[in-house]
Ligand binder design. Structure first.
Ligand code: ZN
Length: 138
């Protein structure tokens, strides 16, 4: 597969409102978008750092994936997302190499990206996301 760059780092936070000031006032980044992704029960806030984004994730439902992550582990780094050239074939390749997939098919993420997750049990404990721009999906 061809991994192009780190697309974003996902960070679970209890509250976007309380977390954004650190990124803006201390790191001097600018929050350029806030978006709700209903399917994943999260509200996201984005910052650009070079080619890579920081994606803050606030749960909109305690039963959702971010809600239960924070419940178990507290706030902190949640996942790393790699931009790949061809998401579906990257998934096939990972599966062929015995990586457990959370998503066998790409699904919709924030910012018009198609995304899919690999299981942290087969990636050394790092929840890993692959993503690509939506228009590339057939
Ligand atoms: Zn992500």
């Amino acid at each position: 597969m061809k991994v192009k760059h780190i697309e974003h780092i996902g960070i679970a936070v209890k509250s976007l409102e309380e977390s954004i000031p650190y990124y803006e006032n201390v790191l001097g980044l600018k929050c350029y978008a806030i978006e709700e992704v209903k399917e994943q029960k999260v509200k996201t806030a984005f910052f650009m750092v070079g080619e890579t984004k920081i994606e803050l994730l606030e749960s909109t439902d305690p039963e959702g994936p971010i809600g239960s992550f924070i419940e178990k582990k507290g706030e902190g780094v949640h996942h790393i997302a790699f931009a790949v050239e061809d998401l579906q074939s990257a998934l096939h390749e990972a599966e062929e190499k015995s990586i457990r997939l959370i998503d066998k098919q790409a699904r919709k993420g924030a910012e018009g990206l198609n995304i899919a997750f690999l299981h942290p049990k087969s990636t050394g404990g790092v929840l890993t996301e692959f993503c690509e721009k939506q228009k590339l999906i057939k």
